[in-house]
Design a protein around this ligand. Structure first.
Ligand SMILES: [Fe+2]
Length: 261
């Protein structure tokens, strides 16, 4: 499987502090049948933007340690970028913000609000040939309240990445409910771990694969955890066939509850 979203590099963001922990997370990833992992540190502040110039070197450094220890995992440098219009300038200035050498770019999702001007940013990125992927939209409160907010963006080619933890959590929360709504509409293109540490969102793709396979079948499970990731690796085209939004009819009991989907 291919994990396109992962905070695996040490001492660059809120991922592991020490490289030993990075190695341990990589070993867990291998146990989860992950063969390729994109290291995608946060780029939100000016300092993180400057640090992005070192992401490739840090990824290669970790790769060398994995190779020495015979951990069979291929790392690819990437980033998870906070969605502002500044990205357009940063890309022009050749900051390495895409996933590997591809034109795919992973955009972070603020959890409490839809990013300002997201639709313009998506449009501008696409018109420059980039392929934006929105990370974990199922965790965004306004989307949890109204998944329809994504309908037009997905129809126009925005790709969505759901977190594995949203599918595997023991507690059925809003993230899980929203992830299922997005999956039911065929709006999801990737499931990735967004792993940060051994404890916090481990790279649990195998568990997510099993949920996907049992609820949506083998083809979709493979597409979201492997085939579309391969297309990112090779800068291919991730095809999309989104269904129009349809609200599930609520039972009489659900209609009595507060207005949450
Ligand atoms: Fe992340």
């Amino acid at each position: 499987m291919i994990d396109i979203h992962n905070h695996i590099l040490s001492a660059v963001d809120d991922g592991p502090k020490l490289i030993d922990e990075s190695v341990t997370i990589c070993k867990i990833a291998v146990e989860q049948d992950i063969t390729v992992l994109f290291a995608t540190p946060h780029v939100a502040s000016h300092n993180e933007l400057l640090a992005s110039r070192q992401f490739q070197e840090k990824t290669s450094e970790l790769q060398s340690i994995l190779d020495e220890k015979h951990v069979n995992l291929r790392l690819v440098a990437g980033a998870e970028v906070y969605p502002t219009m500044d990205i357009l300038r940063w890309l022009d200035e050749k900051y390495p913000l895409t996933l590997g050498d591809s034109k795919f770019i992973l955009l972070d999702s603020p959890l409490t609000q839809m990013p300002n001007g997201l639709d313009s940013l998506i449009f501008e990125l696409q018109s420059r040939g980039y392929k934006p992927i929105l990370a974990h939209p199922e965790r965004v409160e306004p989307i949890q309240c109204n998944p329809r907010l994504l309908e037009e963006l997905v129809r126009r080619g925005l790709l969505l990445q759901v977190n594995a933890s949203s599918l595997c959590s023991k507690r059925v929360g809003e993230s899980m409910k929203t992830a299922k709504i997005l999956l039911d509409h065929n709006w999801v293109h990737f499931v990735a771990s967004d792993a940060h540490s051994i404890r916090h969102r481990r790279p649990m793709l195998l568990e997510a694969y099993e949920v996907l396979e049992s609820d949506y079948g083998e083809t979709l499970a493979k597409n979201l955890t492997e085939i579309n990731g391969l297309k990112v690796l090779n800068n291919g085209i991730v095809s999309s066939d989104p269904l129009p939004y349809h609200e599930k009819k609520k039972s009489w009991f659900a209609r009595l509850l507060p207005n949450r989907k």
